[in-house]
Write a protein that binds this ligand. Structure first.
Ligand SMILES: [Zn+2]
Length: 303
């Protein structure tokens, strides 16, 4: 059996992913971001086409359960643009949901994750290819511990990778303690996101040494204060021998951030981030970070 990446259209060989935006969003809705939803199908199609036009071949949407994923739209968007799309199950921080919504999944969260990974999301028939969860600011609250326990259970049943939103880039070591040490998830199946938001090179190095994937994403207006440190952080990790653990994404979260709405959007990854990193790391390693690493990070020997 060869491990495959579960896209919205089919399970594909990791070598077929091509240049991958390993953390982004075509659709996202949250009570925390009123009026800034990513909820427009034509805009999503245009943004994905713009990414394709800059050389992008695949994209991983980290939007979890209950946050307006528009899963049923994804196969047609993938077909229309020729971009492989991987979508997520999982659960974000409690603040992104109404309390009643969370009450409704209490006691059956792992089951929801497994069924979205293996059977499909809603009635769409589209299956998720990863589990997205979230930590808190330098800590894990009861909600984070609950969702990570469910994610670990779903991982053990399916092999799916677990992608983690680190709040302001913090809490990586707490997440590793919980997911890997307590709950037995192999570190190479954990992808830590938003590390650029907390430019602590020591913690980043420790997370890489633990064996996790480190995802750097953005830029975003909200994290401009630290985004500029990303090339140095990536270079330090690569120089320390962790180039094979690095991932890159655009993480377009709000409508104004899309390139079709005047922001950097998905094309920025290849238009500006790639040449900036090529200057620091060389073309070969940056090529691996954009192609081979996502292939390994998201490929699963699905049951
Ligand atoms: Zn994200």
């Amino acid at each position: 059996m060869v491990a495959r990446v579960r896209t919205v259209l089919a399970d594909v060989h990791p070598d077929d992913l091509g240049v991958c935006d390993a953390h982004d969003h075509l659709f996202l809705r949250s009570p925390k971001l009123p009026g800034r939803e990513l909820d427009d199908v034509p805009a999503a199609r245009s943004e994905l086409a713009a990414f394709r036009a800059t050389g992008g071949a695949s994209l991983v949407q980290w939007t979890p359960y209950g946050m307006g994923r528009r899963t049923a739209e994804l196969p047609a968007l993938s077909s229309a643009t020729g971009v492989h799309v991987v979508c997520a199950t999982g659960l974000h921080q409690a603040a992104h949901y109404e309390p009643e919504f969370l009450d409704a999944v209490r006691g059956r969260l792992a089951h929801v994750f497994v069924s979205e990974l293996t059977t499909g999301i809603g009635g769409s028939g589209v299956r998720a290819g990863l589990i997205k969860v979230a930590g808190g600011f330098h800590a894990l609250d009861a909600h984070a511990r609950w969702t990570m326990a469910a994610a670990a259970e779903a991982h053990h049943e399916t092999g799916a990778p677990i992608a983690v939103h680190l709040e302001h880039g913090t809490g990586a070591l707490d997440v590793i303690d919980l997911l890997c040490d307590e709950l037995g998830v192999p570190p190479h199946r954990v992808i830590l996101g938003h590390l650029n938001r907390s430019p602590d090179g020591v913690v980043q190095r420790q997370a890489a040494e633990a064996g996790c994937y480190l995802a750097f994403d953005g830029p975003s207006l909200a994290h401009h204060a630290t985004d500029w440190r990303m090339p140095d952080a990536v270079k330090a990790l690569a120089d320390a021998g962790f180039g094979h653990r690095l991932l890159l994404g655009g993480d377009t979260v709000v409508s104004g951030a899309r390139s079709v709405d005047g922001g950097p959007g998905m094309p920025y990854l290849l238009r500006r981030v790639r040449p900036r990193l090529v200057a620091a790391l060389g073309a070969e390693l940056v090529g691996h970070i954009l192609t081979r690493n996502p292939g390994r990070a998201f490929a699963v020997d699905w049951p």
